[in-house]
Design a protein around this ligand. Sequence first.
Ligand code: PLP
Length: 378
Amino acid sequence: MTDQKNSPSLPTLFAQAGGAIDPQTGGVVPPIQSATTFVRDEDYAPLSPNHIYSRDDNDLARLVESMLAQAERGEAALLFPSGMAAAVSVLRTVAKGGRIVMQTGIYWGVTKWARDFCARRNIELVEVDCAEPGVLQAVTGPADIVWIETPSNPYLKTSDIAVCANHAHKMGAKLVVDSTAATPVHSQPLTHGADIVMHSATKGINGHSDVLAGALICADATTPIWQDIVVDRHDAGAVIGSFEAWLLIRGMRTLPLRAQRMSANALTIAQTLQDHPAVARVLYPGLASDPGHEIACKQMSDGFGGLLSIRLHGGFDAAHATVGKLQLFKRATSLGGVESLVEHRHVIEDSVPDDLLRLSVGIEEAQDLIDDLNQALT
Ligand SMILES: Cc1ncc(COP(=O)(O)O)c(C=O)c1O
């Protein structure tokens, strides 16, 4: 469990990798332990009590977990081999006959998995737009989990975490927040009443588009749901390897800097594009005109994230032509990396409007990105 009072500020915690050094040599970078198993002495006692088998006994994974728990102001964290592995380990705790309330218009992979899972297990899945005021409150009766994603991908909607937590608790449910687009730099949902925060650490937390990982952080490690998740991760073996954990730590050292720069770039781009004649709408919570701006200001700090979407006049053809002309923005899925990416999401997810382009804004010079967008939109 983390000692929240004595936790250093996030930039200090991350730059120093939680204070880790190599105990053998004093190296300022923690070493990669590649062993999967650890020897015992003549009496069969482990040489090191915390090192028996690396499914759970991985010091680098433990270090990432401790950094994330402190950053999110949580009691404990668990690392997973992908964001989806983290997400489903929460949803899988719901027993047959249970009930899940899930926000609409969130990352498609979570919705798809939840629909299949709930159908198989005879669990009621209620899909509502939790970002719209009063909509979640209209759902009554008991539930096990309320799942929101804020800001949401790809619509960048903002849900009021405190309001959702309050209603979830009235229903007897736990509030889980997918905070991937916000990263721990811009939002700490547990401080607004959420019970569990989920991240695809593949995105901004790692930030270099070279590791798949996921994380869960809880407000209370003694709750039965968290205990179930701990046991399930161990028993089901959904763990990350040492090299991936090491890469994550290296990426996380610069997370606060990267997140601030990406947010600043995204805001500049959003403000510029909202006046562009080819652009019908910019979806970004950092814009004063955005419907979620007021709530985002209340529950986000230091920026609004590097993800934004634009809707173009001219439908599919305009979006297709624009995406094809971009030169700096790479045409690739995913988000949160140092390099800017663009996705014509409709092509892979046909429920997304065909005029929508999702931009994951990186750390390049903002003006270079704006020039690229301007030439492509012309
Ligand atoms: C908001 C969000 N949540 C979860 C995921 C799933 O994460 P992963 O790809 O690491 O499994 C993604 C992936 O795009 C995402 O954007």
